[in-house]
Design a protein around this ligand. Structure first.
Ligand code: GUN
Ligand code: ZN
Length: 446
């Protein structure tokens, strides 16, 4: 049997199921030839326990943590990054729908998927839940790129059948055959590294019939279902006009049978107490995308309230409303926006999240939201070895005076950029080679 490899780092940050982040100085993880974690702990102890294991030592300025988990983003919006067109509906109509029409060309889709997934890797993201192109062939090409690059991806064709330009609409009778085909090709690929996620865009661009079909299909095949819910006030009024017989937005999804523990709702900024209670009882998870919520002027999600209600919550870059794939920056905003929320609404649970909690949301929180926390999200024996290594010399300040673990996680949260990501591993396989002395790197991906 092949010997395992021991990866040693000056610090390891590891999220725990009870919401903490534990720091191990001079730590190591031991990874077997299948990419499973055999041990995690103090480097000297593990070197005694695994004397034959080859050692990869990341050196005195290394920080190792689980790969980042991005629970909500849009591949076909990569070229829309940073382009401002006002609030959500205007932005969709004037920028996003025309851009997404270009994915009718599968070659364009493939090129863009390459750029998108490589940007995710450079930012230290190892798992993404992705709204794919609105065309089946383009979605299949995007899966093929993810298959080759080695990331962990949950993705689905973005499905729409109303209120969008004609070329973006699926005919209802074509939806199930397209789903069947894509699921057959990609769901479960490479022992579950790629998964199909049923992806009806939102009630604004899907008929109730399409929502029903998606819900039934996802349930029958045990697939994740991702959509948007209650993102902006203008959106909510428009949806109320489209569905006048429903008491609220959530009721539309309930009527479609769409709300289950395998459902991930993005945004959820404006929900009444009864909607929250119904979503909570249904076991739905929430994708929190604070940068997108600012960029589109949507608002501020009451993160602490939702945490206190027990929702599973992960962070989403929400490209192209969010303007980069850097999930550490998303986590930074998640924390800063809890401060803003506390200033504006002191009557609510007024606490801020800590830097450790923000990093927890970007790792184990995301894995929980995707229902993947038995496989990824933390460095535990038996889990798959998805991890990243940070070069702490590229954090600020240089030569830090304060060096306790809490200072390290704060510096990571506030000052890391993709330049500080030194290596990225999925299932123990290096996907991004270490940088050379000039700061550039050869990709580890062929
Ligand atoms: N709601 C429906 N579609 C979208 C989208 O593409 N981005 C965001 N942020 N919200 C949406
Ligand atoms: Zn979105």
């Amino acid at each position: 049997m092949a010997v395992p490899t021991l990866y040693r780092a000056a610090y390891i940050l590891n999220p725990t199921p009870d919401g903490r982040l534990v720091c191990q100085a001079d730590g190591a993880i031991v990874v077997d030839s299948q990419g499973l974690i055999q041990a995690c702990g103090a480097a000297t102890e593990l070197q005694d326990r695994f004397p034959a294991a080859p050692v990869e030592d990341f050196g005195p300025h290394s920080l190792l943590l689980p790969g980042l988990v991005d629970v909500h983003t849009h591949l076909p919006q990569y070229q829309a990054i940073a382009l401002d067109r006002g609030e959500l509906l205007q932005w969709l109509n004037t920028l996003i729908f025309p851009l997404e029409q270009r994915y009718a060309d599968p070659n364009f889709a493939e090129q863009q998927a390459e750029l998108f997934f490589r940007a995710a890797l450079r930012a230290g993201t190892t798992t993404l839940a992705v709204f794919g192109p609105p065309f089946p062939e383009a979605t299949s090409r995007a899966f093929a790129v993810a298959a080759r690059l080695g990331l962990r991806v949950l993705m689905g064709q973005t499905l729409m059948d109303t209120n969008v330009p004609e070329s973006l609409r699926m005919r209802l009778e074509d939806v199930e055959p397209a789903l069947e085909h894509l699921v057959e090709l990609w769901h479960g690929y490479d022992s579950g590294r790629l998964l199909y996620a049923v992806t009806p865009r939102f009630a604004g661009s899907c008929t109730l019939e399409l929502l029903r079909l998606c819900a039934a299909y996802a349930r029958r095949h045990g697939l994740l279902l991702q959509t948007h819910l209650a993102e902006s006030l203008l959106e909510i009024s428009w949806i109320a006009e489209l569905f006048p017989s429903f008491p609220d937005y959530t009721a539309i999804y309930e009527a479609a049978g769409l709300l289950t523990p395998r459902t991930l709702c993005a945004h959820c900024l404006y929900l009444s107490a009864t909607e929250l209670e119904r979503l909570r009882r249904a076991g739905c998870a929430i994708a929190h995308c604070p940068r997108s919520n600012l960029f589109l002027r949507s608002g501020i999600m009451p993160l602490q309230r939702y945490r206190s209600l027990g929702f599973r919550i992960g962070l989403g870059s929400d490209i192209g409303a969010g303007y980069s794939l850097c999930l550490l920056e998303e986590a930074r905003y998640a924390r800063e926006m809890t401060k803003v929320r506390a200033l504006l609404a002191p009557e609510e649970i007024p606490t801020e999240i800590t830097p450790e909690e923000a990093l927890w949301l970007a790792t184990l929180g995301g894995a929980q939201a995707l229902g993947l926390d038995e496989r990824i999200g933390s460095l535990e024996v038996g889990k798959e070895a998805d991890f990243i290594v940070i070069d702490t010399t590229l954090l600020e300040p240089q030569n830090p005076l304060y060096t306790e673990p809490e200072h390290l996680s704060a510096r990571l949260l506030y000052t890391a950029t993709p330049a500080a990501i030194r290596a990225v591993f999925v299932r123990g396989k290096a996907l991004l080679a270490p940088r050379d002395e000039n700061g550039s790197r050869q990709s580890a991906i062929s």
